[in-house]
Design a protein around this ligand. Structure first.
Ligand code: ADQ
Length: 596
């Protein structure tokens, strides 16, 4: 009884701008100000809110069908065989999830979980204000967004400043704080990495919550515990397990990737699904009405678990999930036989099962069958998000889709991109503690002092007139590092200096050391991961180069633009979206643009 009534109450109100889309047709059948907008996958209906604006409401069929919604008209059959409009029934039974949309078919700006009873039903959530104050604030988009709050659960393999190897850590360390400042209740779940060294201090303020939790996977039972720190308005939750205690990065060490990463991140995902249910943070659990933001494949099992392990038993029925793709090149692929390790029901193999194309198989008897965690997330998440709009388009092409382009194309209606932001406090040339002189974009005089200080620190000739070019990043095929290294001898024919900071593939680290020995007066290759140096390079260089083969968003070009450093980038993904090519002839010859 309870299950049936909740399943039919999944209505997603969304606001489209501009109204009405050309395809909208008024439907005489539905009455009450509703009109059928679209009926593929989601059915959308128009209605009027109290202020007379038109909103659209989407009914998700997959939830509706078990209760008798049977066709494009969404007619619901009652037990006595009579039919009624599904919308009318939903109006009676209440709304659960509201979405706020920008222009375009799949651009989701927000979600709102709405009580299932009372006056909130059917009425779009944006207009719900305390009684008697209905007209206190106008329904501007800003006001509407300010009133929508969620329980948001970030799940990520790395979170700065606790753990970071690249941009994933940056985003998952700063975006939660920005969302909490907007009034959302935000929890971040990540592993508690310890290596016995000084970096363990980063977790010093996280205290054990005391909710040991059993996780059934890999043919046995594992116990994890949770540590918690409340900082910046965010609940930082760290999953503790012996497999997170070892030297190296979150993913591997000098010998390569850890062989048990599937195990370590399976644990993370199970623990992240339990955390909102069991952890009494600030006295209260987050409960079931959550919006999960699963970041990259490491968190990709979260939407699969919600669909396969929880919802069939009535848990998390009102939760929603978004898989955020920061890098499609990594998908969490393991042999098909490892499926039984994941703690999923046997009949859910199809969600994560993956078959490689013939050309990618290793021998004649190789069937190409594999388990692909990111693929599982793509087919089970409510929304798919990438970190720039350009990248969201690129991943639907054979060149950018890493084998998943057809699947992603088939999910285009729920695929979108939102360009990453940056932490403007952490990256601020007027207060950056890592740089020698502070400056602002209005007064750049401190920048030249930063350049001189950097040249001194690197042992390069101190010359303010010589262009200083920088590179910061993981030494990885993605970053076009091989192209930059092979072009370096030619580049250094000119009167320029080049400094590169990075760690990653051994061959590139050796290549950087070799170039430094060949060009001691012009080139420095800093092998390692060093955050203060990355700030000093960003401030001290004239140009920051990013020759990435593909770049889902890229953060260094954003930091560079904030520090008055000209980004010179490959026109791809987020780089293309964020760097405006300089045109010296624009604005009556004064020029326009931010980079090249
Ligand atoms: N050796 C080193 N020492 C110090 N700091 C270093 C460093 N190497 C890298 N960093 C820092 O790590 C971050 C890297 O950011 P990128 O956006 O280039 O990330 P990455 O490719 O890892 O992330 C993926 O996720 C991010 C976030 O969504 C996307 O922007 C990106 O396109 C996608 O590939 C920057 O803060 C950079 O300064």
């Amino acid at each position: 009884m309870h299950m049936a009534s909740t399943q039919t109450s999944r209505i997603i109100p969304c606001r489209h701008t501009p109204f009405p889309p050309a395809s909208a047709k008024e439907s005489p059948a539905n009455g009450k100000g509703w009109a059928v907008l679209r009926q593929v996958g989601f059915a959308s209906f128009y209605r009027h809110n109290r202020s007379g604006k038109r909103f659209s409401v989407c009914v998700r069929r997959s939830y509706a069908e078990p209760n008798g919604l049977d066709g494009p008209g969404f007619t619901k059959k009652s037990q006595d065989g009579s039919s009624s409009s599904a919308v009318e029934d939903y109006q009676k039974e209440g709304l659960v999830l509201g979405t706020q949309r920008h222009e375009g078919p799949a651009s989701l700006a927000g979600l709102h979980l709405i009580p299932q009873s009372g006056d909130a039903k059917v009425t779009d959530s944006y207009t719900k204000v305390p009684s008697g104050q209905e007209h206190a604030t106008p329904d501007t988009e800003e006001n509407i967004l300010a009133r929508i709050t969620f329980n948001i659960i970030f799940v990520a393999a790395e979170v700065a400043p606790y753990s970071k190897t690249g941009g994933l850590g940056d985003v998952c360390g700063s975006l939660p704080i920005a969302l909490a400042a907007r009034g959302h209740r935000v929890m971040v779940v990540s592993p508690r990495y310890l290596d016995g060294g000084p970096s363990d201090k980063r977790f010093a303020n996280a205290v054990e919550v005391g909710c040991p939790t059993k996780i059934y996977c890999f043919g046995g039972v594992q116990e994890v515990s949770f540590y918690h720190e409340y900082r910046g308005g965010v609940d930082w939750v760290f999953v503790d397990h012996p497999s997170y205690h070892r030297p190296g990065t979150p993913y591997g060490d000098v010998f390569g990737s850890f062989g048990d990463n599937q195990f370590r991140f399976t644990l993370l995902c199970h623990a992240a699904c339990e955390a909102p249910l069991v952890l009494p943070l600030g006295g209260f659990t987050y409960g079931e009405k959550c919006l999960f933001l699963a970041n990259d494949w490491h968190a990709g099992l979260v939407p699969v678990l919600l669909a396969a392990k929880y919802r069939p038993y009535g848990v998390y029925k009102d939760a929603r999930s978004i898989i955020v793709i920061h890098n499609l090149a990594h998908q969490g692929v393991e042999p098909a036989i490892t499926y039984n390790n994941l703690g999923l029901p046997p009949d859910w193999y199809g969600a994560v099962g993956w078959v490689f194309p013939t050309w990618a198989r290793t021998h004649a008897l190789d069937t190409g069958e594999a388990v692909n965690v990111l693929k599982g997330a793509i087919v089970t998440a409510d929304r798919i998000l990438t970190v720039s709009q350009g990248y969201s388009r690129e991943i639907t092409t054979p060149e950018g889709g890493y084998g998943l382009h057809e699947l992603l194309s088939s999910r285009k209606t729920v695929l979108n991109g939102i360009t990453n932001g940056i932490d403007v406090n952490d990256w601020d040339p007027s207060s950056d503690p890592h740089i020698s002189s502070h400056y602002s974009l209005i007064d750049l005089s401190g920048k030249v002092l930063c350049k001189i200080a950097l040249q001194k620190e690197l042992g390069l000739p101190v010359r303010s007139d010589c262009p200083l070019i920088g590179f910061i990043g993981r030494l990885d095929f993605q970053k076009g590092i091989d192209m930059l290294l092979s072009a370096t001898p030619e580049l250094l024919q000119d009167d320029v200096q080049l400094v590169m900071l990075g760690s990653g593939e051994r061959q590139y680290e050796d290549w950087m050391r070799h170039l430094e020995s060949l060009y001691p007066d012009k080139y420095r290759g800093w092998v390692g991961f060093n955050v203060p140096i990355s700030h000093r390079i960003t401030a001290g260089c004239d140009i920051l180069t990013m020759p990435s083969r593909f770049e889902p968003c890229g953060l260094n070009q954003l930091y560079a633009m904030r520090y008055g450093t000209v980004p010179v980038v490959h026109r791809t993904g987020g780089l293309r979206d964020t760097v405006e090519n300089y045109n010296p002839y624009a604005q009556e010859g004064t020029g326009e643009g931010t980079g090249h």
